[in-house]
Write a protein that binds this ligand. Structure first.
Ligand code: DC
Length: 229
């Protein structure tokens, strides 16, 4: 039998540093980093670009037949394509963030993206991050990690990031955004964000970035029974 690829699932709320930390861990192990949130963002981007309401399930479902989402790796970096257009940068706006949270609550959107995520994980060694990777997409993942931090700390980090980009938005607004997305993601009927029973909880509230990366690498090594890295 061919050797099964290693699948590492990382879930957690918005702004826990999942992507930065998961990306660094993927690099350390030579695995592909898969940001599944980008796929939900790509759907939201397309819906918005067609002038449709991201909350209107019927309208969104109708558009799915026109969307071909793809993840491509260019120089080791994930790029997201919708119908051959590279939308990697365009999907990072606050409007698309909120839109992604809205479309991700629609069951047919989740079904639509499910096979693509499973296929990538079956064909590659991956560190895959999202909200339901350990619970739904890769229930048999070799390692599952639930990465979190308090809402205040996540908002503080996000606020700093935005300020560095020159965006003037108040801390209170950022915190309200974080809380709203947490609520949406944790309370939707289908595949809500929650810690898988067999996931290791990793709280980065009082840990700096390098500390969090080290924590993750140690957990992965321990779970995989590795001596190296
Ligand atoms: O990780 P992110 O912020 O890019 O994700 C955007 C939205 O997509 C998030 O609010 C919830 C949704 N999402 C999801 O429902 N399931 C995933 N596996 C990944 C993201």
């Amino acid at each position: 039998m061919p050797k099964k690829n290693i699948n590492i699932a990382i879930d957690g709320p918005a702004g826990a540093g999942k992507s930065t930390i998961a990306k660094a861990a993927a690099k350390a192990f030579g695995y592909i980093y898969v940001d599944t949130g980008a796929l939900y963002r790509a759907v939201a981007y397309y819906v918005l670009s067609q002038g449709k309401d991201v909350k209107n399930a019927e309208a969104v479902e109708k558009l799915l037949q026109d969307i071909v989402p793809e993840l491509k790796y260019i120089g080791g970096v994930q790029h997201v394509f919708v119908n051959d257009e590279d939308v990697s940068d365009k999907i990072r706006t606050p409007e698309v963030s909120m839109g992604a949270s809205a479309v991700s609550a629609i069951p047919r959107v989740r079904d639509f993206l499910f096979n693509l995520q499973q296929k990538i994980a079956a064909e590659n060694n991956v560190v895959m991050d999202g909200r339901d990777i350990g619970t739904v997409v890769l229930p048999n993942a070799d390692v599952k990690i639930y990465l979190t931090a308090t809402a205040e700390e996540r908002a503080r980090r996000r606020h700093k990031e935005l300020a560095e980009k020159g965006e003037t938005v108040s801390f209170e607004e950022v915190l309200a955004d974080v809380n709203k997305r947490d609520y949406n993601d944790m309370h939707r009927d289908i595949a809500p964000l929650k810690q898988a029973e067999d996931a290791v909880l990793c709280d980065t509230t009082n840990v700096d970035l390098q500390g969090a990366i080290d924590m993750l690498i140690n957990i992965i090594n321990e779970k995989l029974g590795n001596q190296s890295h």
